[in-house]
Design a protein around this ligand. Structure first.
Ligand SMILES: [Zn+2]
Length: 443
């Protein structure tokens, strides 16, 4: 089944005027009110195609989380409306604004290897055994990023690999013995791969399933490509963790979907895919690793997960109204807390990933207090957080330009980051502020 969602076009008639966020760090007085093309707003659910969408929260204008501008004038500093809505029919929480995927991912600056090496080592040690993978079986990874996981699989003797990712600047880092296609996965690409390489026993999609321009076309392609005895194993952020941890910072245009098992079951079923196993993992502040295949669902697993989500209220619309109030109060508390840090105290943040973009752009006035954002990815250093336009620097800045407080914006990596701060700072240790679920200093 093909989705009937409207295709994206930069010339759509309902492209609105969007003003780039004004930056306190910018040397320019005013930024031209250019039209910002490349987005549209959907009035239909991206999964079930119904029109029963109910707005949960409007964030206002937020820049793209994967864009790291070099200058205030460059297109990567543009901001776009960001609204989340819940589908009354299938209960999929989703972003309504559709950004041209080329704007989102052609120049992506997220490197798996920086934070996820250990995670993918464990993955390569366990998942092939769970799905009974043989060494010559074809494995396709959609959204392979810099090949961190593919390299781990290759090292364990699984050499029949294909990586798919549109970001050429990132896939250029992959070992040349591993085949790569720089493209978006789709039904038509699935047909091409099946003709060229046959049907994979394992299709992997880690942290890509939430980013899709057309989730129905994607799953149509997965179902067409996957071997009839094969597994589709994907990792997505868990809505239960998002809501219970007040993680509004993980909401951005790249993350179009916030999945629960409740919303995933009907979506997968539409393409003959059924849940066999659900692992709760700690990645990105709480994620699911889901094993799906064409076999009948593991009823025990599905009922356990649905029961858990029901106990949290995720199968009722009322819970989402409450989430709206939680986002508002969390943002307000965080801004107040930062504003109350005494004048003259120097503040930095650590972690320039997408979370920092949403978080800092939701508290633009308080963010003016932040001198710089430390990051460990060479792809981001020397650039800026879009919108609030705060410079992204390497961690040596903590020694060269000491601060009194460090806000850990990449809080899922709290332990690693605190160790790095301790090993870098030469003078007194700054106070460490965790922004979520409520602002709290680490003792
Ligand atoms: Zn729906």
């Amino acid at each position: 089944m093909k989705s009937t969602l409207r295709p994206l076009s930069p010339t759509e008639e309902y492209v609105r005027d969007v003003q780039p966020a004004v930056s306190p760090h910018s040397s320019i007085d005013s930024i031209p009110k250019d039209r910002t093309p490349g987005w549209s707003r959907s009035n239909r659910c991206a999964s079930c195609n119904c029109e029963e969408l109910e707005t949960v929260y409007e964030f206002g204008s937020i820049p793209l989380a994967g864009a790291f501008p070099t200058t205030a004038h460059c297109p990567q500093n543009a901001a776009y409306p960001l609204t989340i809505a819940i589908c009354r029919n299938c209960l999929l929480l989703q972003v309504l604004e559709l950004i041209d995927p080329h704007l989102l991912f052609d120049d992506y600056r997220y490197l798996s290897s920086v934070q996820l090496l250990e995670h993918f080592r464990q993955y390569a040690d366990t998942v092939p055994q769970i799905v009974g993978l043989e060494s010559q079986s074809l494995v396709v990874e959609v959204g392979c990023n810099d090949g961190t996981l593919l390299h781990e699989l290759y090292a364990r003797g699984f050499t029949n690999l294909l990586g798919i990712d549109p970001a050429r600047n990132i896939t250029a880092r992959i070992d040349k013995r591993i085949a790569v296609k720089n493209d978006f996965f789709s039904r038509s690409l699935a047909e091409q791969i099946r003709d060229e390489r046959g049907r994979p026993s394992l299709i992997i999609a880690n942290n890509v399933f939430a980013h899709l321009p057309d989730v129905n076309d994607f799953l149509d392609g997965i179902a067409h490509l996957l071997d009839e005895d094969g597994y589709f194993v994907f990792e997505v952020h868990s809505l239960a963790d998002l809501i219970s941890g007040h993680q509004f910072d993980t909401i951005y245009h790249e993350h179009r979907f916030y999945y629960s098992i409740t919303s995933l079951v009907p979506l997968l079923q539409r393409y003959g895919l059924h849940i066999q196993q659900v692992d709760h993992i700690s990645t990105h502040g709480g994620s699911y690793r889901i094993f799906a295949s064409a076999k009948a669902a593991n009823i025990e697993v599905v009922e356990r997960e649905l029961g858990f989500e029901s106990s949290l209220g995720l199968d009722r619309l009322l819970e989402y109204e409450d989430f709206s109030r939680v986002i508002k109060s969390t943002i307000s508390r965080l801004a107040t807390h930062i504003n109350e840090i005494p004048e003259g105290h120097q503040i930095a943040a650590y972690g320039a990933a997408g979370r920092a973009v949403t978080l800092l752009n939701c508290i633009p006035d308080a963010a003016q207090r932040i001198s710089y954002v430390v990051d460990d990815s060479p792809e981001r250093i020397g650039r800026h957080i879009p919108g609030v336009f705060i410079p992204v620097v390497s961690r040596e800045a903590l020694a060269d330009q000491p601060v009194d407080t460090v806000i850990i914006t990449a809080w899922p990596y709290k332990e690693v980051i605190i160790d790095r701060i301790r090993s870098t700072v030469t003078g007194p240790m700054p106070r460490i502020l965790m922004p979520l679920p409520s602002p709290e200093y680490v003792e």
